[in-house]
Each structure stands twice: as C-alpha cells, then as structure tokens.
Design a protein around this ligand. Sequence first.
Ligand SMILES: *Cc1c(COP(=O)(O)O)cnc(C)c1O
Length: 362
Amino acid sequence: MTEVPFLDLAAAVHAERAELDAIWARFLDSGRFILGPEVARFEAAFAAALGVAEAVGTGNGLDALALALEAAGIGPGDEVLVPAHTFVATWAAVRLVGARPVPVEPEGGVMPEPAAWEAARGARTRALVPVHLYGEVTDMTGILAAAGGLPVIEDAAQAHGARRFGRAAGSFGTAAAFSFYPAKTLGALGDGGAVVTSDPGLATRVRRLGNYGGTAKHEHEVAGRNSRLDPLQAMVLSMRLERLGAAVVARAAVAAHYDSALGGIDGLRLPVPEGEPGWHLYVVRTPARDRLAAHLAAAGVASQVHYPRPVYRLPPFAEGAPPQGSPADRLCAEILSLPIGPHQTEPQTEAVVTAVRGFFGR
Ligand SMILES: *Cc1c(COP(=O)(O)O)cnc(C)c1O
C-alpha cells in the first residue's frame, strides 16, 4: 500500500538540507538575531515578486491581518465584512483590533461573490477582508467595486504564487496579509507573516505598530506590539521565494492529474478555480464526504477538511450566527481536501486517484 501523507514537510527540508545548513551557519555567524539586513532583503524580494511597493515582515499571519486592519484605521465600534467560510484567523484578527466581524456567505462556490459583499455592507461597515481561499484569487475586481471606496484587506495566507486579472494575489487591495506558517505554499520553518501594500504611509504604520510603536530607539509614537519576522525565517523564505514558481508548477501538475483522472464521476465535484491558482489545497465536494474520507484513510491516503464548520459555529464567534443550514454550513458538510504538495510523487497521486475512484465504484 502506498501511504500518502497530506503534505510532506520533511521531504522539502530533506531536498534543501545542505542549503539550510549553510543558512543556519550564516545566521549564527551574523550576530544579528532581530530584524537587520536579511529581513530587509526578504521584504524587498517579496514586494518585487508581487508587484507592490512594500512588504513588512510580521511574527505570523494573524498579526499581519490585525496590523493591516489597525494601520487602515479599523478599531472598536467598527464592523468588518469577512467570509463565513474561512480559517478562524480571518475573524480573530478583526476581534483583535476591537472590531466586529460580520459574515458574508458563499453562494454555490467556496467564496462569496461580489454581490454578496455588496449586500452585506451596512452603516457601520468600515472594511472588507476577502480571503483567497485554497489558493484561488477571489473576484477582486468585483469586490473592490462592491467596497465602494472602503479599505479592502486581502487575506492572502493561502495565495502565494496565485494570479488573476494579470496581477498577483495581494496586489489588489489597500493591503494584504500573508502567512508563512510551514504548511503554507511559501512556508518558513516556524511562524512568520507579512503585510504588503503600495501605500507607503500604511507600510510605515504597520512597521511601527509591530515594533512597539517605535520611530527610533526609545522613541515610541503609538502603543504597539512586538510582531517581527525572524531573520532566520527570512533567510529560509528568501531561498524558497526563488523556487515558489516551480513549487506552484509542481502543485498544478498534481491538480491536473486529479482533474483528468477524477473528472466525470457522478456525485463528485472537482475544484474549478479562476485565473492561475497557487493550488494551496485541492478541495473536492461530495455529499458522501465522511464516508469518502474514511475510505481514503483505510487505503492509507490522508485527507483533511478545510474547514469543518463556518467560523460562526465556533463558541467565541457564535453570537448572532444564522440558524443551522446556512450556505456555509452546507458547503462545510461537503468539502474534502485531497493531498497536494510540491514533493508529492506520481505514484502517491495515482494512489489517491485509485482510492477515490474505488469509493465511487470506478
Ligand atoms: C494560515 C492562515 C492565516 C493565519 O496565519 P498564521 O501565520 O497561522 O497566523 C490566516 N488566514 C488564513 C486564510 C490562513 O489560512
């Protein structure tokens, strides 16, 4: 039996081991363990890769979202529109700045349509946080129009290397937040994140807020926090950024294999992302989700659910939630993420295909 892990992070480290050892040695010899030239070098390369003016490293993706919101002027009393179906961090960031997350439902697809964003806007709405879920750039042209001039902060934590409308995910809105959590498409060897923006004032505010509100040593203009990108992680990310394009190509090859081998099966819906997705996840839909997942597990194939419930079904965010049976509830009952990653082998992908086809009697 070919065992198929959901994502093999150890395989990536194995392939890069000599370079990582050299990075570790350079890091130790540098004597510089907070900020410094390696962080600046990664920030410049990341901004250039996306076609934005600035990138500011942060401690993680959640902080990147919260700092972008705070720097955009969002705070207590404000309402911020967020997808009902996303990772909990999108909502937690809104809560962290003292604002209230207001859900926008998906209708048919996995992400809300521009019309749903527009309809959800109310008198207290101060910002929109669309999420490029699973690595597909959401309809930013429509969402920017629906925002009517309000700040739009893209949650691009799953969208490294994704493009649409001729631009990179993260280059559309007022600002965007990335995460470099190890399992992301561009991942570090620990926590990390970044805010990207082409608004130099916003970049400066994020930089200050993430470094104790400091303008210079012992000069603190606002009450900030400590959320900085680690220079060791920046060195790893600089190396991996150069290979991001190749990693996305490798992910797309796995997706194309699934597309051709699993198309046309009754009761199984395959993803059909717009633009050039980063293929962070390959998420199929079937009413038989739980039984399919059990069948795959018995065949040695790992799968996951991103995410089992809409965020408003989680206790800290349940106040004001719609009754059971919402569009996001129905979506969450059907989705299953199949294994995908740049180091997944052909035989592994074929083992997934065989197991899925076997479940549907093919
Ligand atoms: C991973 C993720 C985040 C948060 O990133 P962390 O670095 O883990 O804090 C935010 N939003 C989405 C959609 C994510 O997938």
